[in-house]
Design a protein around this ligand. Structure first.
Ligand SMILES: O=C(O)CCC(=O)C(=O)O
Ligand SMILES: [Fe+2]
Length: 380
């Protein structure tokens, strides 16, 4: 009995309706099938419940709170254990002459002022180079002030000399040491013409209201500057999410390259094309170094600003020729991350006369929007 149902949106033939006896047989068959499927399922569940090993939840609950990094029962794994595989490697490769200038690879980032190119470089290689971020005159202002500050600290015996034989000097806490430095930290165009562009890029990397991790001057003489390979979010418990926690930026006040002393970097070591962080428990960091381009020295003229993803493998490189290389390094973090090492002390020792000079944004970046000797709020 085939009829056409005109009200249906498809005007196909309706299916044939079976007789009563046929219908019973089909229904019975279907119910038997369902019954035996449900019995099997029930059996499986009963089995799981009485299994001597218990469910994964039982095991996790018995273990209690603790993430067992191998060093500590009470903290999750940090990057340190993984980075240990790279101890001494930057020195070995440098001594063996195995580090090449990044400029030898035409696909690696070059200084650029094209914002979309910079963004693409940052995504692909974990760093980008902002060309002429400071004009020559702006570089001079910073260098002069940094040299004077460094000399003053040596004079009063407060200098932080780095590398054996005083082949480097670190000038910490620049935010407390001069308006020209504070303006750089805040990306102001009067001290760094492409500061606002850098601010925009960093906001994309870390989100709004990102904070200041630290800001210091790095002075490197012949034979100084070398560090162990590391990532700049090593203090963060692993596993890492598919985004960086921060960004270290380096204002080049001198030429950066293999001879002059430059940041050594493993381009592309920060993430996969799909977005996952490559730095994880089973990562073979050594093989990243052995693939092209491997470990290279960033090349940039004075005035360039290097922006890095905190997940990319890198380190300070040794200056191989006479003379001195100047740079300012500023580390920024997502807003919920605390300041790093020297910055955290800078934050709790801001003299009242300096505090007055800090802009609202800088106070927010440093996490010190309140710095009052008098009690505040409820405590008043
Ligand atoms: O100075 C450099 O080239 C790199 C410095 C660095 O990696 C750091 O301070 O975390
Ligand atoms: Fe670093």
């Amino acid at each position: 009995m085939n009829r056409q149902d005109r009200s249906a949106s498809t005007s196909q033939e309706l299916p044939a309706v079976p007789t009563n006896a046929e219908m019973h047989a089909v229904t019975l068959e279907r119910l038997r099938d369902e019954n035996s499927r449900l019995r099997a399922e029930l059996e499986a569940l009963r089995g799981a419940k009485v299994s001597p090993t218990g469910s994964p939840w039982d095991a996790a609950m018995r273990e209690g709170i603790g993430y067992a990094s191998g060093k500590s029962q009470t903290s999750a794994g940090s990057a340190g254990r993984l980075l240990a595989q790279l101890a001494g490697v930057s020195k070995e490769r440098m001594k063996a002459g195995a580090i090449r200038n990044a400029s030898e690879f035409d696909y690696l980032p070059r200084p650029s002022s094209d914002e979309s190119q910079l963004e693409a470089d940052f995504v692909r290689w974990g760093y980008c180079l902002v060309a002429d971020a400071m004009t020559t005159a702006q570089v001079e202002v910073q260098t002069e002030r940094l040299v004077a500050q460094a000399a003053a600290e040596r004079r009063i015996d407060k200098a932080i000399m780095t590398n054996a034989g005083a082949r480097g000097q670190l000038v910490n806490n620049l935010v407390l040491k001069g308006q020209v430095f504070r303006d750089v930290v805040e990306f102001k165009a009067n001290v760094a013409q492409r500061g606002p562009l850098i601010d925009r890029l960093l906001t994309k990397v870390m989100g709004e209201k990102f904070g200041l991790g630290c800001a210091h001057g790095a002075i490197v003489h012949e034979g100084g500057g070398l560090q162990e390979l590391h990532i700049d979010q090593g203090m963060m418990p692993m596993p890492y999410p598919p985004f960086p926690f921060g960004s270290l930026i380096i204002w080049c006040l001198s030429t950066f390259d293999l001879d002059n002393g430059a940041t050594y970097i493993v381009p592309g070591s920060h993430r996969s094309a799909e977005g996952t962080t490559l730095f994880h428990e089973s990562a073979d960091l050594m093989s990243m170094l052995d693939q092209e381009p491997g470990l290279v020295a960033i090349c940039a003229p004075p005035g360039t600003c290097i922006l890095t993803d905190t997940r990319v493998l890198h380190c300070g490189g040794r200056r191989l020729i006479p003379g001195t290389r100047y740079a300012m390094r500023c580390h920024y973090n997502r807003h919920f991350v605390r300041a790093l090492h020297e910055q955290s002390t800078a934050n709790v020792h801001v003299p009242a006369d300096v505090y007055e000079k800090l802009s609202p944004r800088l106070k927010e970046m440093m996490g010190i929007t309140v710095n009052d000797a008098d009690p505040v709020g409820e405590l008043n």
